[in-house]
Design a protein around this ligand. Sequence first.
Ligand SMILES: Cc1ncc(COP(=O)(O)O)c(C=O)c1O
Length: 434
Amino acid sequence: MPSSTAKSAALSVAKLAAASRDIAIPRGHAELPVTRETFDQVMVPCFAPAPFIPVRGEGSRVWDQAGRMYIDFASGVAVTALGHAHPAMIRALEEQARKLWHVSNWFTNEPALRLAQRLVDATFAERVFFCNSGAEANEAALKLARRYAHDHFGPHKTRIVSTHNSFHGRTLFTVTAGGQAKYAMGFGPNPAGFTHLPYNDVAALQTEFAAHGDEICAVILEPMQGEGGMTPGTPDYLQAARRLCSEHNAFLVLDEIQSGMGRTGTLFSYMQKGVVPDIMTSAKGLGGGFPVGAMLTTGEIASAFSVGVHGTTYGGNPLACAVASVVFDVINTTEVLDGVKARHALFMEGLKAINARRRVFRDLRGEGVWLGCELDEPWRGRSMDVLKAAGDAGLIVLVAGPDVVRIAPSLVISLDEILEGLARLETALGRVLV
Ligand SMILES: Cc1ncc(COP(=O)(O)O)c(C=O)c1O
């Protein structure tokens, strides 16, 4: 017979089990009134968000707290590649949410393996490392390049070549890799061993390799610089980087965090530039709005990350990978990728027409649905004014530095939304210089 102590312990356990699924959630949290002012009161002030708060989205339309509708030409900085509330993504998230949320890296899981298999099947890569953001993917890429060089060529081969105006993330390593001093200053001592060269400058790369080829373990490049001004990398330049890396046992790391996942009209941008990287990073559009990052590489290079050498708690999270697999399946179709090229033509036509009427842009450039509109005199330095005026006109756009208005909508934005957004952009431009 069980003792009375054992019986009461069993009863308590039963009560605990019942209660744990049934704990009363304090009421009111979901409805707690918050405004834009709340941001200034409770958030670290490293952002200056718009005066309105988006609360709902559908396709390329977003509504704010007051019910006002905005056309979304920004997609959360090139993230919501399939727009907001895509039904297939919702289905994938809901199905996975009922199965398994997190298991840690002591286990693998089906959604992560399925996403990795897709990425391996569709790219140069043979191995994938999942993480949560672009910066972490680049951090992993640069650590991997250094570790491989250390193990195979010795401790002197540590130099990483990057470019002026590049952007690779906000960890201390990636901010140092980036080519914008303002993001890296004041945090020192920063990691050593970086060289920054002008982008698209083949001669500068050749000179650097001639002088230090023995010490260089990696060159990290965006196929098109996004944050730094929307500057496409020329195929000649990227191919020269590829050749020099191969000649000097260095890795070509392509940061496809913004350019990848269909944004330029091919699954990844390298596929149309005539180069194949050794290591590639992806994030942003990969999860379509669910945070996920990935570093992709070959089996040989990946072997430098043996068990315990690198890691992350959330990398390969089942929810993230289930959503990303659906995003991948939708984007990696001729229909969507050709649609990106067709939308590029529509945007360019519309922007040129605006320019013919208003003479505001010095240059219109970009690839796929990733466009830079460089402001001409007397608009120079006023991209933020255009962004704010666009918000007032019911349009969300981005900037890429003080002189460039950046457009990076969903890859499947509708014709109506493009036309309506361009009309709102013209209204906004009309209000900036009055
Ligand atoms: C090219 C590039 N690399 C890296 C990053 C950093 O990504 P995350 O903000 O997810 O860390 C970004 C973000 O804008 C980016 O555009």
